[in-house]
Design a protein around this ligand. Structure first.
Ligand code: IPE
Ligand code: IPE
Ligand code: MG
Length: 247
């Protein structure tokens, strides 16, 4: 396969620990083919599966966070929202055994109280089933917003102050991160966004503070192994100094 040669290049360099992806462009992909948006989302789910397989099988990174549905996406037409939630539920239900066998650990980040009951049950099932797996950790951001995560942390901090006397002076970055619903995520090394838009759209705001950003015009359903590995090659060419002096 043609991406195998790019994989060799990737292997020769420093691998990212955490890759986060804004999977954008399903609608435009479908429109260009005179298909319904729904068909674009279906093909988008296949692209996500392809990426998980590659990242898990070739051990490209330890954490992969996929932006599947944002807190703002609830404002889309109800038929599209329903379809997306059902597609996510089906995806989780149908792929769980294969993913679990590949050593993948899967969890979901987002406002669970807004999930339909069946989706919620499926999410709990897959999280429990893969909890002890030590391969790729896939985090699906679903009804997720970076601001929601910050608000959750502030709520937890207020509760901790009231219930166990957390002092303002003791609150530092580690404490805040520990109180966020994303506490299990390390900082993002590489943030990819497809479909040409160059914005975060309220994704991982806290964790992306020092992420290397990679934007590609490729629409999400077309984002294949080679496209992902090219993003990693681009990451490997970046100088990261984190505010320090370049070596
Ligand atoms: C990304 O594709 C999927 C979700 C946001 C759920 P879009 O549906 O945003 O596709 P475009 O941006 O309309 O092309
Ligand atoms: C971001 O894409 C959210 C997901 C990929 C799930 P959107 O298509 O919703 O973002 P905007 O509207 O272009 O900012
Ligand atoms: Mg979009």
């Amino acid at each position: 396969m043609c991406w195998k040669s790019v994989l060799e290049r990737v292997r020769a360099g420093r691998l990212p620990d955490h890759v986060a992806v804004v999977m954008d462009g399903n609608g435009r992909w479908a429109k260009a083919r005179r298909l319904s948006r729904v068909e674009g989302h279906r093909r988008g789910a296949e692209a996500a599966e392809r990426l998980i397989r590659l990242a898990a099988g070739e051990r490209v990174c330890r954490h992969l966070t996929l932006f599947a549905f944002s807190t703002e996406n609830w404002d889309r037409p109800p038929e599209e929202v329903d379809f997306l939630l059902r597609l996510l539920e089906e995806f989780i239900a149908q792929k769980v055994d294969e993913l679990a066998a590949a050593g993948v650990r899967l969890d979901v980040l987002g406002e669970r109280e807004r999930f339909p009951e069946r989706l919620s049950a499926e999410v709990s099932r897959v999280e429990e089933l893969t909890r002890r797996n030590e391969g790729l950790q896939v985090h699906v951001a679903l009804s997720f917003g970076g601001r929601w995560a910050v608000v959750e942390a502030v709520r937890s901090a207020v509760r901790a102050a009231q219930e166990r006397g957390l002092q303002a002076e003791r609150v530092d970055e580690d404490v805040v991160h520990g109180l966020m619903p994303t506490a299990a995520l390390p900082d993002v090394d590489l943030m990819i966004r497809t479909a040409g838009e160059q914005r975060l759209s309220n994704f991982l705001l806290w964790e992306a503070a020092y992420a290397e950003l990679y934007f590609t015009p490729v629409l999400w359903p077309d984002f294949d192994e080679a496209a992902f590995l090219e993003a990693v090659v681009s990451y490997q060419g970046r100088q990261r100094s984190f505010g320090g002096v370049r070596p």
